[in-house]
Ligand binder design. Structure first.
Ligand SMILES: [Zn+2]
Length: 265
């Protein structure tokens, strides 16, 4: 992963990214890799819980779904985090979102842009409306969450039983959502940087507009890495709605891989 020096892609940049979906399925994010005996090791347990409720009616359970490799990377990120800060664990708050829900949000963002332009007597072309709406909510053609490659994460302090102070709540879309927001304490800045280092060391790309959003394999990730995107948006019919048995025996392998990554954080 190259060092990221800031900047955000425009809609046109993302539309130019080539997508060649590798066909990897979605998997329910469990609380950690499962050992051969079927038990999820307490040491490796991460917190995964939807904080937004828009996907709850879609799946049978409240679990968070992501592409298989994304799940593995999150487990490994959590192992690195827990080995360095034993009282902390990764808290994943969002993963896959259906295209239909993304489309609904985007329509609503376009509607709001039209109203604001009318109120301010500004004439916008359809293209400008789409571009402006994309700044508020990702255009479904390029959005990360419908690919199963994007996640929203923060860090949970298990001792204090609350999220680590990142300066601004997750999903607070005000000025504090920007990673480099000026109005932060040293601790908040350090915590945000630590989360970013953790996620980037396993290969996720950050998003400067939302300190909690990271992605792997989607168009945004490909734009940052000058690569081809290998996770395209999934059609709802392709998505399993019921629980699958987590793969076993991956624990030791993940711990080994996490040891290599840990050196980079
Ligand atoms: Zn997100």
């Amino acid at each position: 992963m190259k060092k990221w020096n800031g900047g955000m892609p425009r809609l046109e940049d993302l539309l130019r990214v080539e997508v060649d979906d590798c066909g990897e399925p979605l998997d329910e994010l469990w609380h950690g890799p499962v050992d051969a005996d079927g038990a999820s090791s307490a040491l490796h347990r991460l917190k995964a819980e939807y904080l937004l409720h828009d996907m709850q009616r879609f799946f049978e359970r409240k679990g968070i779904w992501v592409r298989e490799t994304v799940a593995e990377k999150l487990y490994a990120t959590n192992i690195v985090c827990r080995s360095q800060r034993p009282k902390w664990q990764l808290f994943v708050t969002y993963g896959f979102r259906t295209l239909e829900i993304q489309e609904r949000y985007f329509q609503s963002a376009q509607h709001n842009v039209r109203i604001k332009a009318r109120e301010e007597h500004i004439k916008l072309t359809e293209r400008e409306i789409v571009q402006e709406a994309h700044r508020r909510c990702a255009d479904p053609r390029v959005a990360g969450h419908p690919t199963g490659g994007a996640v929203d994460v923060t860090i949970w302090d298990m001792e204090r039983n609350k999220a680590v102070d990142m300066g601004g709540e997750i999903y607070d879309f005000g000025p504090k959502s920007f990673f480099s927001c000026a109005d932060l304490t040293d601790t908040q800045r350090r915590n945000r940087s630590y989360l970013r280092r953790l996620m980037m060391c396993v290969g996720f790309a950050p998003f400067d507009g939302e300190w909690w959003h990271f992605s792997f394999g989607d168009r945004e990730w490909a734009w940052y890495n000058h690569a081809v995107s290998f996770y395209g948006p999934l059609q709802t019919s392709e998505v399993p709605r019921s629980v699958r048995t987590p793969s076993t025996g991956s624990c030791a392998q993940l711990v080994r891989r996490a040891q290599d990554w840990r050196k980079k954080v």
